[in-house]
Design a protein around this ligand. Structure first.
Ligand code: SF4
Length: 363
């Protein structure tokens, strides 16, 4: 996950970069420099060769990565391609708010093989937490970009949509709107919350309403959260970072100044919550990988006796964070979404059983 721009042109009130616990973006350069991405590309090439890695994905991220401009973005992609060994399939994606994803931008970037994941919470009312810095709505620019991505010329560059749960909006109407954008894949993510900043009640009801509309909907897009829960209920060891046991693949986030981050969502826990103190300027990727923070914390003892633990895994680990009485942060807790996860998993289990699906008993 490469932060090629450290600022954004939107002002989303739930953003873990700018609006929650962390302030480290303030000391980041606005854009990644050639010396950083050339160094990282060379280090990555060495890593991929020495570990014979068959597949590696570079996610261009920010802030808003398109602020870096097309010339810089193409140069970054070229640098990584030049260093990748022949045995590694290297893919590129970008997570963008898409307000700058114009026809010119797509004409320049799509041939480089970048797939675009677009952040959008719904129609203009449902997307109200994602305004421009001026306060005006960003929705129409995003919808213009999605119209381009749906066109035959660029549909292979359309990675999907990422929507953050908005409890103020009607869930089924939100689902229908997002579905109308024909995303190849839809991510529905609860807001990044911790026990220090718990969520409002209602996330499981909201998601269950969408599940009920989605699972009877022929031709519905894949919703990763639901797919993982169903797969795990069926006894399949499918993994993702945000539910179930930790993924087997490893990930690294690198900031615009070359500093190495842990899971970047840990910025939601505390100021500097994702920092390692290491940098690609001075450390190899093998040295960085030794940082103990890359091993996710074990689920709490409470979770390990929970009837849905095999599906839930204790939830996304930033959501387990709590500042203890002596001021120290701890992940040794169930998820702050525990009740929601428990209800959602049981809701999906019930729907599958009603549909006649035989489920293996969970250990
Ligand atoms: S539902 Fe709650 S107690 Fe059960 S595994 Fe998930 S977070 Fe832990």
């Amino acid at each position: 996950v490469l932060k090629i721009a450290s600022r954004c042109n939107l002002d989303c009130d739930y953003c873990y970069m700018y609006s929650l616990a962390d302030t480290s973006w303030l000391v980041q350069p606005r854009f990644i420099s050639p010396s950083i991405y050339l160094t990282l590309a060379a280090r990555l090439g060495t890593y991929l060769r020495s570990h014979s890695v068959p597949r590696f994905r570079v996610i261009l991220h920010g802030g808003e990565p398109l602020l870096a401009g097309p010339a810089r973005i193409l140069d970054i992609v070229s640098a990584f391609k030049a260093e990748a060994p022949p045995g590694t399939t290297l893919t590129f994606s970008m997570q963008t708010n898409a307000t700058l994803l114009t026809e010119d931008m797509l004409t320049t970037l799509a041939p480089a093989g970048i797939r675009f994941g677009v952040s959008l919470d719904g129609n203009d009312a449902q997307n109200s937490h994602r305004p421009f810095k001026s306060g005006s709505s960003s929705t129409s620019q995003v919808l213009d970009a999605l119209a381009l991505l749906r066109s035959p010329r660029w549909t292979s560059s359309y990675g999907g949509l990422l929507a953050v749960v908005n409890l103020d909006s009607d869930p089924v109407e939100t689902y229908r709107f997002l579905r109308s954008q024909s995303p190849p894949m839809l991510d529905l993510l609860p807001r990044l919350k911790t026990w220090d900043r718990p969520p409002a009640a209602g996330t499981s009801d909201w998601l269950e309403n969408i599940f009920d509309a989605w699972y009877l909907d022929p031709g519905a897009p894949q919703i990763r959260l639901f797919r993982i829960i169903i797969s795990r209920l069926l006894g399949r060891d499918v993994r993702a970072g945000f539910i179930g046991p930790p993924p087997r693949s490893r990930s690294l986030a690198v900031n615009a100044d070359g500093s190495a981050e842990l899971l970047d969502a840990l910025r939601s826990t505390a100021d500097g919550g994702s920092a390692t103190g290491l940098s690609v300027r001075t450390s190899t990727l093998d040295q960085i990988a030794l940082h103990p923070g890359y091993t996710p914390p074990a689920p709490s003892a409470v979770c390990q006796t929970c009837p849905v633990f095999d599906v839930c895994g204790g939830g996304y680990y930033p959501n387990r964070y709590m500042t203890t009485e002596n001021g120290v942060g701890s992940f040794d807790n169930p998820s702050v979404y525990c009740r929601d996860l428990y209800h959602l998993i049981n809701h999906i289990k019930t729907r599958l059983q009603e549909a006649g699906v035989t489920l293996p008993s969970l250990p």
